[in-house]
Write a protein that binds this ligand. Sequence first.
Ligand SMILES: NC(=O)c1ccc[n+]([C@@H]2O[C@H](COP(=O)([O-])OP(=O)(O)OC[C@H]3O[C@@H](n4cnc5c(N)ncnc54)[C@H](O)[C@@H]3O)[C@@H](O)[C@H]2O)c1
Length: 347
Amino acid sequence: MDAIRIGVMGCGVVSEYGHLPPLRDSKRFDVHALMDPDADRLADYQRRFGVPRGYTDQDPFFTSGLDAVAICSPAPVHLENIRGCAAHKLPALCEKPLAMDADEAQQIVDVMREANLPLYVGFCYRFSGCAQTIRDLVRDDAIGQVRTLRLIYNWDCHGKYEQGPDGQWRVYQRRVERMLEGGPMVDCGVHQIDLAQWWLNSPVVRYRGHGSWADEFEAPDHVFLHMDHDCGAHTLVEMSYTYGHTTRHKYNEFIYELIGTDGIIRYERNTNLFELRTHQFTEKLKHTGEKNFAVMYDHFADAIQKNDPGDLCTGEEAIRVTDIARNATDAIIADRISKPVKIGASK
Ligand SMILES: NC(=O)c1ccc[n+]([C@@H]2O[C@H](COP(=O)([O-])OP(=O)(O)OC[C@H]3O[C@@H](n4cnc5c(N)ncnc54)[C@H](O)[C@@H]3O)[C@@H](O)[C@H]2O)c1
């Protein structure tokens, strides 16, 4: 079978560490073209990833002879990128969040549906070894009925400050952008919300968030989201972008815990712990990283070549997940009783 000629839109952080390395190494894909309005960055990525064609405009990119598109641009331009995919009859895998609000996300889904084209969203956590193991264990009732999930990711979103080439400390703008786009639950917690529903195969039917502010943004920077699932299980997602955001030494906390009627599954990033405990035994499981773009692209290739979407997240699923994160964050902001934080200290 011929390799799929894929075009990648957006030469930024996630395409550099997540999308382009496995696409470059895959026998099932040929990275045919890149597109980014920033000509210098485009040329640099073409050179580093050995991509023959690069475009700063959409039109020549879309007519360069593509079979599929990966969209790794920022959310505000996803609709424009997707319109190009639909006009040129190209299936797409688009980074999360689909859009900046629910209406635009729905337009994206509608544009692709009306063109009768597949659209998937880059929920890459589903494809890591540990997430797939948890999905299988839950499906096989390894811990009985799952009643409680605790999904925790407390970190600093790369820190409040960064040191410039001149040695001076300045506010780290990428973290500012993530906070302005909705904060930790909207930017990162969507992965945990998605995993909870996917692992349990049970939708969230009711949810409520609580939060606090250690920073000066409108969005809370430390959020607790409580979700009730249709099956009766309850999920707590705790997500912070101010956990050590001004400390000299970095520390983060990443935990998956699933508590069932007959046992516990626990995964911890920092201690390399991943185990299954039941009344009969405790089993050590294979610890892996939490994201896997290579396996996600295998599923995307199957979706294109065999019409089998595997574990890929659809546009409709992604909209529901993002709605939960945004609505919970908006309600926390509306209910805020704490006084605004005065940011005085700086480097
Ligand atoms: N799945 C994950 O784990 C994960 C991780 C990080 C980021 N993301 C998501 O990926 C997307 C990109 O994030 P990033 O951190 O790489 O951003 P980034 O700012 O580092 O890179 C975005 C790139 O897109 C380019 N761009 C701007 N307008 C464009 C357009 N119209 N067409 C094509 N390219 C355009 C920019 O010039 C830039 O090079 C965001 O939606 C973000 O939420 C997902």
